[in-house]
Design a protein around this ligand. Structure first.
Ligand SMILES: C[S@@+](CC[C@H](N)C(=O)[O-])C[C@H]1O[C@@H](n2cnc3c(N)ncnc32)[C@H](O)[C@@H]1O
Length: 226
């Protein structure tokens, strides 16, 4: 649903429409969440991209993912999609700094009977990540403040094991990341984040130029053993 790339390439709109003919339609609960998000939030287009949800659902199934950490819950669309794909044995922790967004998300987590499976942490990523040391995650979905992505990478390090996968959304930022003339703080942070992952030999990294740009990195060795 975030479609910044469509502003630079109209063919992306055709692609989105075509993909919608392939994807499974949302059930009534998810449709209701989407309606409420459009009715009550200022930036409803922050809702999780349906293509990216299917990609992470595929990762969950093909990589036996059981523990997920999401940075930036918004109203919980992606959280619910991932929780459902995990099945009852899997758990997801999700962090959200806006109480308004967290309240809507929590309402739908309750409606879907998933309060034991989803751990919603209210606060900033910076506040909450240090409290999670001792936990480790198979999949981390980075989707909070773009200006803080490089810092998230440092804070995430103790929460990852060899085989952990990082998926980060919006890394092309509507094309700004690859426009040399653009130099605002968020764009610079995203460039630094992308470079840090590609330059780090303890990760195997790729960037998917789909949606708003998605980086996918798998931790392949511990940092100090390289
Ligand atoms: C792009 S939306 C997340 C979309 C969600 N992951 C999904 O797929 O539906 C970003 C969310 O991150 C939250 N956010 C922004 N900065 C944050 C921070 N520093 N810590 C925690 N949440 C933050 C915003 O309030 C917003 O709800």
């Amino acid at each position: 649903m975030s479609d910044a790339l469509s502003s630079i390439d109209p063919a992306v709109n055709n692609l989105r429409e075509y993909l919608e003919t392939l994807f499974t339609a949302d059930d009534e609960l998810l449709q209701s969440l989407v309606r409420e998000t459009y009715a009550k939030t200022e930036h409803p287009r922050m809702l999780g991209d349906r293509w990216l949800c299917t990609f992470m659902e595929w990762l969950i199934v093909t990589h036996s993912v059981q523990r997920i950490l999401e940075l930036g819950t918004f109203t919980g669309y992606t959280t619910l999609r991932l929780a459902r794909a995990l099945g009852d044995a899997g758990k997801i922790t999700t962090i959200e700094s806006s109480m308004q967004h967290a309240d809507i998300a929590e309402k739908y987590f309750v409606k879907d009977g998933r309060t034991k499976q989803i751990n919603l942490l209210r606060g900033t990523v910076r506040e909450q990540l240090p409290n999670l040391v001792g936990c480790d995650y198979d999949l981390v979905y980075v989707d909070a403040d773009k200006a803080e992505y490089p810092e998230y990478l440092r804070l995430l390090e103790p929460l990852l094991h060899v085989g952990s996968i990082i998926v980060a959304d919006n890394v092309l930022w509507g094309g700004k990341t690859c426009s040399p003339s653009v130099g605002d703080a968020r764009t610079r942070a995203l460039r630094a984040f992308n470079l840090a992952l590609f330059a780090d030999p303890s990760y195997k990294t790729t960037l998917l130029p789909a949606g708003d740009g998605v980086i996918v990195a798998t931790k392949i060795t511990e940092q100090d053993s390289v």
